[in-house]
Write a new protein. Structure first.
Lengths: 669, 50
C-alpha cells in the first residue's frame, strides 16, 4: 500500500531523506519555495524512467534537469557539496535504484525503469507537451513513436533498408557483368559466323583450284619435284653451314699457331743474343782470373816473408816505444831537479840534460814513425794479396753461374727449335683441311644454285598455266590468314568470358545468372520484410493513437471539458481540437494559457491511462497553481478517483507556508 | 533449412528485437548481424540446391 522513496544528497537536500506515499490516495507535498518539492519529483522520475533508449526522451530528461546537459559541468540532481547522490524507490515488492556520480554516467542498481514514465506519468510546467502547446506545436508523432514500439519497427526497417541498398549495389554490379558477358557472347557469335562464312568460301575456292589443277596433271609432278628440291636445298644449306664452321675453326687454329710461331722466333733470336753475351762475359772473367793468377804466384812464400818482416818490425816498434817511455820519465825527473838534469840511466856516471833528453826522445819518435810506416806498407802488400785471392774466388763463382745460365739458355733454344720444326708440319695439315673444305663448299654452292635454277624453271612452268590458279592460291592463303586471326580473337573473347562468368558470394562460386537469381530473390524477400515491418510500425502507431483517443475523451468528460473533442489524427499524428458546441475545429493557439495548462494536464492523464497505468505513481508538480478553485477541486476529485480506481499514489506538490516539508494524504474529498 | 524457412526465421528474429529494450546503436548492430547470418545461410542453401 505504501511507496517508499529514499534520497541521499539529491538536489538541495543534503544527507539521507526518506519519504512514504500512500497508494489509492493523493499525497500532497507541501513546502515553501526551493525546499525540494521539484527535486523529489525529478528524483522519482529519473529513478523510474532510466535508462533512456530513445534520443528524444534522453533530450527531454536533460531539458527538465534530470541529467546533466552535455554542455554543462554541474550534475543537477547531485548536492553541490557532494560527489554522488543515491535514489531508491520501493513499491509493489520491487526496488528501483540509481546512483549518480559527478561527471559520470548514472549507475542502475536494481530494476530497469520504463522510459515512457517520463512523458506519461509526470505533469510539470517544464513538460515538452505543455511547452509545445504553448508555442502552438501540435505534432505528436515523436510522442506516439516513443510510447509505442513503432520506433523499434522503424529502426529495424531503416537498417534493413540500408543493408538492402548494399545488396542492391551487389546486384547492380552483377547485372553490369551480365551485360558485359552478353556483349562478349554476341561478339563471339559474330566472329563464329564470320569464320564459318570464310570456311565456306575457302572450301569453294579449294574445289575450284582442284578443278583447275585437274586440267594439268603434270603440275602435280612439278610441284612434287619443286618440294623435293626445296628439301634438298635446305639439306645442302645445313651442310654448307657445317663445313663453314669447320673451315672457320681450322682457320682460327692456324692463325693461333702462326701467332705463336712468330713469338717463338722472336724468343729464339733474343735467347741467341743473350747466349752470345753470356759467352763473352765468361771469356772476360777467365782473362781476369788469369791475371789474378799471375799476381798470386808464390803467394805462400810472399805471405810468410811479409809475416817475418812484420814480426821484426813489431820488435823494433816495441823497442822504440820503450826508449820513448824512458826518455819521457827521464825528462820528468830532470824537470823536477833544480839543475834540470839527471843521472844517465845507462852508464850511471854522467848527467843527461833536458835538451839532450828532448833530442834523444825526438830521435826515438822519428825512428818509431819510420817503423810504423814500414809496417803499414807491409800490411798493404799483404791485403792486396788477400784481395786477389778473394777476387779469384768471386770470379770463379760468377763463372759457374754463367755456365749454368748458358746451359739453361741452350736447353730452351733446343726446345724452341724442335717446336719450330713442328709448326711447319701443323701448318701444312691445317692448310690441307681448309683447302678441302673450300673445295667441298664450292661444290655445295654450285649444287644449290643448280637446284634453285631448276625451281625457277618449275615456277615459270606453273606460272605459265595461267592467272586463275595463282589468284585462287593467293585468295585461299589470304582467307586462311583471316580465319587464323579470327580464331585468335575468338579465343581471347572466350577467355574474357570465362574470367567474368563467375562471382564469389560468401566464398562460394556462382555463375552470373545464378548469382543474379540468388540476389534478386534475397532482395525481394528483404523488400517484403521491410514492407511488413513498416506496416507493423504503422499498426503500432495507429493502436497507440486509438488508445490515446479513447482515453482522452473520458478524461475530458471527467474534467468538465465535455464540450471539447481532442484527438490525434492517425494520418499525420497531429493533435486536433473541436468545440462541440459550435462544431468548429479550433487551434490550440487560440486557447488561453490556463486552458493550455489544463489541456496539457488532460493529455498527460490520457497518456498515463493509455500507456503506463501499471506503474502506480502519478507525479504532478505545481500544475494546479494555475487552476481556479472550482477546476482545482474538480481536478483533485478526478485525481483521487483515478488513484482509487487504479491504486495509484498521486503525488502533488504545492506551495506550503510552513518552514519544513510536509506530506498530507487525501483519501476522501 | 529451406530458403523460405530462413526468411521466416529472419523475420521472427527481427520481430523479437522490437520487443527488446536496447539502445539504437545496439539495435542497429543486432539487425545487421541477423541479416548477415540469414544471408549466409540463404547463400549456402541456394548453393546446395542449385
Amino acid at each position: 500500500m505504501r511507496i517508499k522513496v529514499s534520497m541521499e544528497n539529491v538536489g538541495g537536500l543534503k544527507g539521507l531523506r526518506e519519504f512514504e506515499f500512500i497508494k489509492g490516495a493523493i499525497n500532497i507535498v507541501k513546502a515553501p519555495n526551493a525546499a525540494g518539492k521539484s527535486t523529489l519529483i525529478k528524483a522519482i522520475t529519473l529513478c523510474l524512467s532510466y535508462p533512456y533508449e530513445s534520443d528524444v526522451l534522453l533530450e527531454i530528461a536533460r531539458d527538465i534537469g534530470l541529467l546533466r546537459q552535455l554542455s554543462e559541468r554541474v550534475d543537477p540532481l547531485i548536492h553541490i557539496d557532494s560527489d554522488f547522490a543515491n535514489i531508491t524507490v520501493r513499491m509493489n515488492g520491487k526496488i528501483w535504484g540509481i546512483t549518480l556520480s559527478k561527471g559520470g554516467k548514472p549507475k542502475l542498481l536494481y530494476e530497469k525503469g520504463d522510459e515512457r514514465f517520463l512523458v506519461t506519468s509526470v505533469i510539470t510546467r517544464e513538460s515538452k507537451i505543455l511547452r509545445n502547446l504553448i508555442v502552438g506545436k501540435t505534432d505528436f508523432k515523436w510522442l506516439i513513436d516513443n510510447v509505442s514500439k513503432a520506433k523499434n519497427y522503424d529502426a529495424i526497417a531503416t537498417v534493413l533498408d540500408e543493408e538492402r541498398l548494399k545488396f542492391e549495389e551487389m546486384l547492380y554490379q552483377i547485372d553490369i557483368r551480365r551485360k558485359e558477358a552478353r556483349d562478349i557472347m554476341e561478339r563471339i557469335k559474330e566472329i563464329s559466323k564470320a569464320i564459318d562464312s570464310y570456311i565456306t568460301r575457302e572450301q569453294m575456292l579449294n574445289k575450284r583450284l582442284s578443278e583447275v589443277l585437274a586440267k594439268h596433271p603434270e603440275v602435280t609432278e612439278w610441284r612434287e619435284r619443286r618440294d623435293l628440291l626445296l628439301v634438298k636445298i635446305r639439306q645442302i644449306e645445313d651442310e654448307i653451314k657445317e663445313k663453314e664452321t669447320i673451315k672457320e675453326e681450322d682457320q682460327k687454329k692456324l692463325d693461333k699457331e702462326t701467332r705463336e710461331h712468330r713469338e717463338k722466333i722472336d724468343r729464339r733470336d733474343r735467347l741467341r743474343k743473350i747466349l752470345a753475351q753470356k759467352i763473352n762475359e765468361m771469356e772476360r772473367i777467365k782473362e781476369q782470373i788469369k791475371e789474378i793468377d799471375e799476381n798470386l804466384k808464390d803467394y805462400e812464400e810472399k805471405i810468410k816473408e811479409l809475416h817475418e818482416q812484420e814480426v821484426e818490425l813489431r820488435v823494433e816498434e816495441g823497442k822504440a816505444l820503450a826508449q820513448i817511455d824512458i826518455y819521457e820519465n827521464a825528462l820528468k825527473i830532470a824537470s823536477a831537479m833544480p839543475e834540470k838534469k839527471t843521472l844517465c840511466f845507462l852508464c850511471k856516471q854522467g848527467y843527461l840534460t833536458l835538451s839532450s833528453l828532448e833530442q834523444s826522445k825526438l830521435l826515438a819518435e822519428n825512428s818509431l814513425r819510420e817503423i810504423r810506416n814500414k809496417i803499414a806498407d807491409l800490411l798493404s802488400k799483404r791485403n792486396r794479396l788477400y784481395f786477389y785471392r778473394n777476387e779469384k774466388e768471386r770470379l770463379k763463382k760468377e763463372l759457374e753461374k754463367l755456365d749454368d745460365e748458358i746451359s739453361s739458355i741452350r736447353g730452351e733454344l733446343d726446345d724452341l727449335e724442335r717446336s719450330l720444326e713442328n709448326y711447319e708440319r701443323n701448318v701444312k695439315a691445317y692448310m690441307k683441311r681448309i683447302q678441302e673444305c673450300s673445295k667441298i663448299l664450292e661444290k655445295l654452292r654450285s649444287d644449290i644454285a643448280q637446284s634453285r635454277k631448276e625451281i625457277e624453271n618449275i615456277d615459270k612452268l606453273i606460272g605459265m598455266l595461267g592467272e586463275e590458279e595463282k589468284n585462287l592460291t593467293s585468295e585461299i592463303s589470304e582467307i586462311r590468314g583471316k580465319i587464323s586471326l579470327m580464331e585468335e580473337q575468338k579465343t581471347n573473347e572466350l577467355k574474357k568470358l570465362e574470367e567474368i562468368s563467375y562471382v564469389e558470394i560468401n566464398n562460394m562460386s556462382f555463375s552470373l545468372e545464378e548469382a543474379y537469381k540468388l540476389l534478386s530473390s534475397w532482395l525481394k524477400a528483404l523488400r517484403e520484410i521491410y514492407t511488413y515491418l513498416s506496416s507493423e510500425a504503422r499498426k503500432e502507431r495507429i493502436a497507440a493513437v486509438e488508445i490515446f483517443n479513447s482515453h482522452v475523451k473520458n478524461v475530458l468528460k471527467e474534467t468538465a471539458f465535455e464540450y471539447l473533442d481532442v484527438w490525434i489524427d492517425p494520418k499525420d499524428y497531429k493533435l486536433y481540437m473541436r468545440d462541440l458546441r459550435s462544431n468548429n475545429e479550433i487551434s490550440p493557439r487560440i486557447l488561453s494559457e490556463t486552458e493550455k495548462y489544463v489541456l496539457s494536464f488532460v493529455i498527460h492523464i490520457a497518456l498515463k491511462l493509455s500507456y503506463t497505468p501499471h506503474i502506480p505513481l502519478l507525479l504532478v508538480d505545481e500544475v494546479a497553481l494555475s487552476f481556479d478553485e472550482k477546476r482545482k477541486y474538480a481536478m483533485l476529485k478526478y485525481l483521487l478517483d483515478l488513484a482509487k480506481e487504479n491504486n495509484w499514489a498521486v503525488i502533488l506538490t504545492e506551495l506550503g507556508y510552513e518552514d519544513r516539508m510536509t506530506i498530507q494524504t487525501i483519501k476522501d474529498l | 533449412m529451406s530458403e523460405s524457412k530462413i526468411l521466416e526465421k529472419l523475420l521472427n528474429d527481427l520481430l523479437k528485437l522490437t520487443k527488446e529494450n536496447i539502445n539504437e546503436d545496439e539495435l542497429r548492430e543486432k539487425v545487421k548481424e541477423e541479416i548477415m547470418l540469414a544471408f549466409n545461410e540463404y547463400v549456402r542453401t541456394y548453393s546446395v540446391g542449385k
